[in-house]
Design a protein around this ligand. Structure first.
Ligand code: AAL
Length: 427
C-alpha cells in the first residue's frame, strides 16, 4: 500500500472518529439537557431557563393567571338610583372615591356636574363661562351617595360645594377621595382656580374634613398638595389624590400630566404625611409609576397593589410594590376599571397583610359621544382578594365578536396611507 493511500486512510479514520465523538457529545449533551416538563412545575425548576420562563416564576405571584392572586378579569354592572337627564350631557358623575362602609351603609363620593349645557371641550376653554363648562369636570362639586348592596344607590347631595373666589377650588372641586384617620374623615380633591383647558388641566389638591361621612365638611381652604416647582414634572397638575394608610403614615398617591402637548404624558407620584392636613412630603423617587391614569391602589399582603390603566408603556397592568414605592408588573389584564374606587376594608387600618379587593365603583366617560359629553358611575367586580377564589374571574380570555373589532376601524388618514402604498406597489 503506497504512502498516499495510507495517509488518506489515516485522515478518513481521524474524521470519522471526530464526527463520532461529536455525535457522542451531542447525544450526551442531549441526554444531559433535560427537556422542560409536561406538567408545569408549581415552583421555579432547578434547570436552565429562558428569560421568559425565569420571568414567569420571578415576576408573577403564580406561574399561570389562575394561580396568580393579582390577576383578575373585571365584570361591570349598571347602577340604579342616578338620573342623567336622559344623557343629554348636562349631568355628569365621575371619578368616584374609594367606597367605605359606615353604620350599615356603603358610601361613595364623586365629581358631580349639573350645568345648563354639555361641556364645550378643553380646546374651547376660552369660550367657557360661569355657567358653561369647558371640561366634563368643570364647574363641578363633590357629591355623595349611599347604598345597602353596592348596586342600588341613594344620592344624598352635596358634600363639598365650590367655595367662593379666591379660595382653592372656586372654579371646580373634583376627583375626590376619602381618608379615615383617627376617627375623623377627610376628602381630598382637585381644586381648580381657572377654567380647565386654558393652559392645561391645571390644579393643586385641597382637603375638607368632618367628624362623620355625612358631614358637615369644613374646607381647610389651603393647598395641601402643592404643584411642583417650575420645570418639575408635576408643576402644573396634581390629579387623582388617593390616600391610604401604610407603614403608619398617610400615603397619598397622585397623578400628574407633563411633557406638554402634543404628547401629554401621565405618571404617578407619592406624597406622605403624619397629619392629614400636611405637611406632605413628595417622594424623592417621584414619579414612582411610569404609567397610569385614574390609577387605583390597595394594600395587598405586605405592599401596595395598583390597577394601572390608559397611559404609559405599562397601561393595562396590575402592579405591586412590596415597599409601596417601587412598583413592578404583577399581572396583565384588560377591561380594567376606569377611575376605580374599590371597597377596601383595610384601606386605613395600616395593615401588614392587605387582603385585597373584590368590587368598587368606576366610571365610563364620553357616554353618548362628545357633543353630549358626560360620565356615568358603574360597579366593577373582580377577584383580587386573598379571601376569595372566584374561578370565573381568573379566566384568561374574554370573547369579543367581530363587530367589536370592526368598531375599531381604520381612519380616513390610515386608508389613504394604505391606498398610496398599494399604488406604489402597482407602478
Ligand atoms: C380624570 C382625572 C382628573 C383629571 C380629569 C378629572 O380622568 O385624571 O380628574 O383632572 O380626568
Amino acid at each position: 500500500m503506497n504512502f498516499k493511500k495510507l495517509l488518506f486512510l489515516l485522515l478518513l479514520n481521524g474524521l470519522l472518529l471526530t464526527s463520532c465523538k461529536k455525535e457522542v457529545e451531542v447525544v450526551n449533551e442531549t441526554q444531559q439537557h433535560q427537556a422542560f416538563p409536561f406538567k408545569l412545575p408549581e415552583t421555579k425548576p432547578n434547570m436552565p431557563l429562558s428569560k421568559a420562563l425565569e420571568r414567569n416564576y420571578d415576576a408573577y405571584m403564580g406561574p399561570t393567571p389562575q394561580d396568580n392572586e393579582l390577576y383578575s378579569q373585571f365584570k361591570y354592572t349598571e347602577l340604579k338610583g342616578f338620573d342623567y337627564n336622559n344623557h343629554d350631557g348636562t349631568i355628569s358623575r365621575r371619578d368616584p372615591s374609594k367606597v367605605i362602609f359606615y353604620k350599615g351603609k356603603y358610601y361613595v363620593w364623586y365629581t358631580y356636574r349639573n350645568t345648563k349645557t354639555a361641556p364645550l371641550g378643553l380646546k374651547n376653554a376660552a369660550k367657557a363661562t360661569d355657567e358653561i363648562p369647558s371640561a366634563d369636570w368643570d364647574l363641578s362639586e363633590i357629591w355623595y351617595a349611599t347604598s345597602e348592596d353596592g348596586f342600588t344607590w341613594e344620592e344624598q347631595g352635596v358634600a363639598v360645594p365650590r367655595p367662593p373666589k379666591p379660595n382653592v377650588g372656586w372654579r371646580s372641586v373634583t376627583t375626590t377621595d376619602i381618608l379615615e384617620w383617627k376617627g375623623k374623615y377627610y376628602l381630598y380633591y382637585q381644586g381648580f382656580m381657572e377654567v380647565s383647558g386654558l393652559r392645561g388641566d391645571d390644579c393643586p389638591v385641597a382637603v375638607s374634613y368632618a367628624d362623620s361621612p355625612d358631614g358637615p365638611w369644613t374646607p381647610y381652604n389651603k393647598i395641601v398638595i402643592p404643584n411642583g416647582g417650575e420645570g418639575d414634572w408635576d408643576q402644573f397638575s396634581i390629579h387623582d389624590p388617593y390616600p391610604l394608610v401604610y407603614k403608619g403614615k398617610i400615603y397619598l398617591y397622585y397623578k400628574s400630566d407633563f411633557n406638554g402637548q402634543p404628547n401629554l404624558i401621565r405618571m404617578q407620584g407619592l406624597a406622605t404625611a403624619d397629619n392629614p392636613l400636611g405637611p406632605f412630603t413628595k417622594h424623592p423617587l417621584n414619579p414612582i409609576m411610569n404609567s397610569g391614569h385614574e390609577t387605583t391602589m390597595f394594600p395587598f399582603k405586605n405592599g401596595i397593589a395598583a390597577l394601572v390603566i390608559r397611559d404609559g408603556n405599562e397601561h393595562n397592568t396590575i402592579q405591586f410594590a412590596e415597599d409601596g414605592v417601587n412598583f413592578e408588573i404583577a399581572a396583565i389584564s384588560n377591561l380594567l376599571p376606569n377611575a376605580g374606587g374599590p371597597f377596601i376594608p383595610d384601606a386605613f387600618t395600616d395593615t401588614k397583610d392587605g387582603r385585597g379587593i373584590t368590587w368598587g365603583i368606576s366610571h365610563f366617560t364620553a357616554v353618548n359621544g362628545w357633543t353630549t359629553n358626560h360620565a356615568v358611575l358603574a360597579r366593577f367586580d373582580c377577584d383580587l382578594s386573598q379571601d376569595v377564589n372566584d374561578s370565573e374571574m381568573k379566566r384568561n380570555h374574554i370573547y369579543y365578536g367581530p363587530e367589536h373589532y370592526y368598531k375599531q376601524g381604520l381612519s380616513k388618514t390610515q386608508k389613504e396611507r394604505i391606498a398610496a402604498e398599494n399604488k406604489k406597489l402597482n407602478k
